[in-house]
Write a protein that binds this ligand. Structure first.
Ligand code: ARG
Length: 473
């Protein structure tokens, strides 16, 4: 490791950084990912400096043309990253100065790496949030399509992983759409809060130069400049907030994955995975494993890990910037990559699932999912629900002993438990009817589910047109 460039820190340093110290402190190996944002921020800063006469118009132009060249080199993959220049900011500035000479050295007037890195990270995170929101949209759309195709498929809904009551498959799928909607909302809320421009905060106490913070903020698409220079360089709550929203989203994906793993087991048999999203076993030829669902479930741990990491990094830091904060980036990048890929793969998996109606119907029939119906039937006829619950419990016990379902009990057998039973009870022992009777907002009756499907259709279609394609980051 070549280590002989102290210029960035100026004349105070006579000795080189120890190699291992350099290894500990460098961030160029990962923060080069902020290069495009760094240039964008620097261009805006330079334009503002020139507009305010802090640097000459000529230097301003030279800097922009230097960045033209540098962006070309970046696009072509021709930038050599130098670990002795520590981070992306110093690497780019040094290359800029190599291209344009002295004007490059003027770029850093009225700026510190502290407000610079806060700006780069916010710019990057804004795009990252837009991409995850887009990926959530695609997954919601895939779920919505599958729900539409399966309005008339019934299956048992579960509590405690025990068959509970009949529901429509569409209703079940739309439950995930609702959860994803809140994930989307949390991410968008966070963006609203952090979309302020740090430039001008300097190292911590602003600058003596007559800067125009409105100009840079506007050029970079921020809502407004941040309002306290110390807060601006000191906090990374916006990273914790987005990682928290992504973590909750990753946990939703993990739970959904777990459900798919269960559903495609031979024990359930409710879905078959497309070959494109399953793998085989190297030893057991009969196996088809739901690895993608398992991996999405497993990878959620990385996102939560990144959240715990940034919270722990920040926990003991006094104001303002502390170098610990450089540790904010790797977890953020990894959390983003993980959650984005998981959302994308999940959308593909959902689109290609094949739902198995017959095993669902069998589970429904054998699962006493209609037990509540009889209890309700008795309660409607005046029996306290608690007593009705007890009567039906005894009927279920009898069916279990005799290996029958409730609808197979004769009227005589029913009346042995309770004399008030009559023929009309068989009308409620029908799964379709049981679902249809739950006809209120948020319920699984056909009309309710259709109304929800329509609501989502309008919402998702409206958004599809508004989705802004964001550049790859
Ligand atoms: N690489 C640094 C980081 O990510 C940039 C800011 C450095 N500031 C400083 N005062 N050393 O945090």
């Amino acid at each position: 490791m070549e280590n002989n460039d102290k210029k960035a820190w100026g004349g105070r340093f006579a000795e080189d950084t120890a190699d291992l110290a350099l290894k500990l402190s460098e961030s160029i190996s990962y923060d080069r990912r902020l290069a495009r944002q760094d240039i964008r921020g620097s261009r805006a800063h330079a334009r503002m400096l020139a507009a305010r006469g802090i640097i000459s118009a000529k230097d301003g132009e030279t800097i922009q043309s230097g960045f033209d060249q540098l962006e070309k080199e970046l696009a072509e993959g021709n930038v050599t990253w130098d670990v002795t220049k520590e981070d992306v900011h110093m690497n780019l500035e040094s290359r800029l100065t190599a291209i344009i000479g002295d004007a490059g050295g003027r770029l850093h007037t009225a700026r510190s790496r502290n407000d610079q890195v806060a700006t780069d990270t916010r710019l990057w995170l804004r795009d990252a949030c837009a991409q995850t929101v887009g990926a959530i949209h695609h997954l919601q759309s895939a779920l919505h399509r599958r729900a539409q195709e399966n309005v008339d498929v019934l299956l048992p809904g579960y509590t405690h992983l025990q068959r509970a009551q009949p529901v429509r498959l569409a209703h079940h799928l739309l439950a995930w759409v609702e959860m994803l909607e809140r994930d989307r909302g949390r991410i968008s809320d966070a963006v609203q809060r952090f979309n302020q421009c740090p430039l001008g905060s300097g190292a911590l106490a602003g600058t003596t130069f007559p800067i125009d913070r409105e100009q840079t903020s506007k050029e970079l698409g921020f809502r407004e400049p941040t309002q306290n220079s110390m807060d601006t360089v000191a906090d990374r709550d916006f990273i914790a907030e987005v990682l928290s929203a992504w973590s909750i989203c990753a946990i939703h994906l993990s739970r959904f994955s777990e459900e798919l793993v269960l559903w495609c087991s031979q024990e359930f048999g409710f879905v078959k995975m497309s070959d494109a999203y399953a793998t085989g076993s190297s030893m057991m030829p009969q196996k088809k494993n739901p690895d993608m669902a398992e991996l999405i479930r497993g990878k959620s741990g990385r996102v939560v890990g990144a959240l715990v990491s940034i919270l722990t990094v920040m926990k003991g830091l006094p104001l303002t910037y502390n170098r610990d904060m450089q540790e904010d980036k790797e977890g953020l990048f990894d959390g983003f990559d993980t959650v984005l890929l998981s959302l994308q793969v999940m959308a593909g998996m959902v689109a290609t699932l094949s739902f198995q109606e017959e095993p669902m119907a069998r589970a429904l029939k054998e699962g006493f999912a209609d037990a509540t119906e009889i209890a309700d039937w008795l309660a409607e006829r005046g029996m306290p629900f608690r007593d009705a619950h007890h009567v039906v419990g005894r009927l279920v016990a009898r069916c279990t002993r005799e290996q029958k379902v409730l609808a197979e009990l004769s009227l005589e057998e029913l009346q042995q438990e309770h004399a008030g039973f009559d023929d009309t009870v068989y009308e409620v022992l029908n799964m379709e009817r049981a679902v249809e009777r739950r006809d209120h907002v948020g319920g699984p009756a056909r009309a309710q589910v259709q109304a929800q499907l329509q609501r989502w259709q309008t919402l998702l279609e409206g958004r599809a047109n508004a989705l802004t394609p964001t550049d790859p980051i």
